[in-house]
Design a binder for this molecule. Structure first.
Ligand code: PMP
Length: 464
């Protein structure tokens, strides 16, 4: 598929923050050149931790960004479909976000306020509550947590353990909830004695070998029988934690009927249901929250990423009945980021006022259908799936159907060479993930798909 002229123009005409050749904020004397960028990358490799992640597969030095587009210090432009790991609902440096941040800076308001009340925080809470599922908003409490998604997961676990007096946790295969100890235990890569792992529905790699509604039904049946088996080894847990669409796990949307069943199973047994909407929230999946598709009202929602409008912010919102922990039970110095709250309020309001969830649903459907066409032309694409603008393309060995991690890494590299930033997810890092901003235009979507369509055969032509 060739890059259409229109799409090419859309891809390369993103507004620039600075004039050609001028240096943006933070761009050092030599940074605006290819040689300057190389020096920065070399020093990063020498000085930063072996645990660094995105920096390894994306050796670029961003100096300017707007909307979908990032410009590197070497002058190259990229279409950013990673969006800060799904954070940037409005893309980079959206004018309403910048205006909100400037408003706080220019007002003379304190930037550090611990967890004190401020007009900025009050406005954020009001906007957030206005967007919550109605059944939760009517009687919700909010806890501002440390700044990352994983902090909010920890807070949620502590909340339900305190409220129920129980310790166990129901989690799912392939889950990702963060990198701190409790969140890591709840994730699919780790195991903790207090965690019971349940099968998350997947069509393509269904653990029961049937996929579809039947695979999901069997998973729910297993969940129910385990909880009701007095010798099943699973005492009533403190909660079940679930992602409405697994992101890092490989873009697996849960069927609505299955999520409703999880709600029924937990409600019937007095088990709080925690929805981890860190990645699915704020319109990403084509509804304001991932749980909205199924009409499910969780007891606790874990929110971060998009709610901070590109700055660090994390909260839990939960039913007031659970609010029985002691003053100071979950504290932290950095819970009052005024800039993030202002940027978040602007983002939430913009998504609501401009119907961006509906836009994500419609555009996501179209992109999914284009990806399905691509899959029929390339046997190395085992599956395409997603919901809204959370899309995944699973790459496999065309002969055996086995996971193809080396090939997937080559596709990511070929995308970058064509000015497209994507990341990999899934059990074997073989799922190309597309998480574009919800403001993506039709022309930009075409440009993204064209670049991916070119990258896949280019990667396949590499010797391996
Ligand atoms: N939960 C989910 C569903 C996530 O996708 C992530 C991050 N990818 C987290 C929690 C952890 O968020 P953070 O990286 O901000 O700690």
């Amino acid at each position: 598929m060739a890059l259409t002229e229109q799409a090419a123009a859309a891809a390369t005409t993103a507004p620039r923050v600075g004039a050609q050749g001028s240096r943006g904020p933070g761009a050092g004397a030599a940074a605006g050149t290819a040689a300057g960028a190389e020096g920065i990358l070399r020093r990063q490799a020498q000085r930063e931790s072996a645990a660094r992640t995105y920096a390894r597969s994306l050796p670029i030095v961003p100096v300017r960004a707007r909307g979908l587009t990032i410009e590197g210090a070497d002058g190259r432009r990229y279409l950013d479909c990673l969006s800060g790991a799904g954070t940037l609902a409005l893309g980079h440096n959206h004018p309403v976000v910048l205006e909100a941040i400037r408003g706080v800076l220019d007002s003379g308001a304190p930037l550090h306020v611990l967890d004190l009340a401020t007009p900025v925080k009050d406005a954020f809470t009001t906007e957030l509550f206005a967007n919550l599922p109605a059944g939760l908003a009517s009687d919700a409490r909010i806890q501002f947590c440390g700044p990352a998604g994983t902090d909010a997961v920890e807070a949620a676990l502590k909340l339900v353990r305190t409220a129920t007096g129980r310790t166990g946790l129901l989690t799912f295969t392939g889950a990702y909830h963060g990198m701190t100890a409790g969140a890591l235990d709840a994730s699919g890569g780790a195991g903790d004695v207090r965690v019971t792992r349940l099968p998350y529905p997947q069509d393509y790699r269904c653990p029961f070998g049937v996929g579809g509604a039947e695979g999901a039904r069997l998973g729910a049946r297993w969940t129910e029988s385990l909880l009701d088996d007095p010798k099943g080894g699973v005492p009533t847990p403190a909660a079940m934690i679930v992602e409405p669409v697994q992101g890092e796990g490989g873009v697996n949307p849960s069927p609505d009927a299955w999520l409703r069943r999880m709600r029924e199973i937990t409600a019937a047994r007095g088990i709080p249901l925690i929805a981890d909407e860190v990645q699915t929230g704020v319109g990403r999946t084509g509804a304001f929250w991932g749980v909205d598709h199924a009409g499910v009202v969780p007891d606790v929602m874990v929110l971060s990423k998009a709610i901070g409008g590109s700055l660090p912010l994390a909260v839990i919102v939960y039913r007031a009945e659970l609010d029985v922990w002691a003053p100071g039970a979950h504290a932290g110095t950095f819970r009052g980021n005024q800039l993030a709250m202002a940027a978040g309020t602007a983002t939430l309001a913009y998504v609501r006022q401009n119907g961006l969830a509906e836009r994500a649903a419609a555009l996501g459907e179209r992109m999914l259908s284009a990806l399905r066409d691509l899959a029929s032309a390339h046997p190395c694409i085992g599956d395409v799936r997603g919901r809204g603008l959370m899309l995944g393309v699973e790459l496999v060995d065309p002969d055996t159907g086995a996971a193809a991690p080396v090939f997937a890494a080559a596709v990511r590299q070929e995308c970058l060479a064509r000015g497209l930033i994507v990341e990999l997810g899934g059990r074997h890092s073989t799922v190309v993930r597309l998480l574009p901003p919800l403001t993506l235009t039709d022309e930009q979507a075409t440009a993204v798909l064209d670049r991916l369509a070119d990258a896949i055969p280019a990667a396949a032509r590499r010797p391996h």
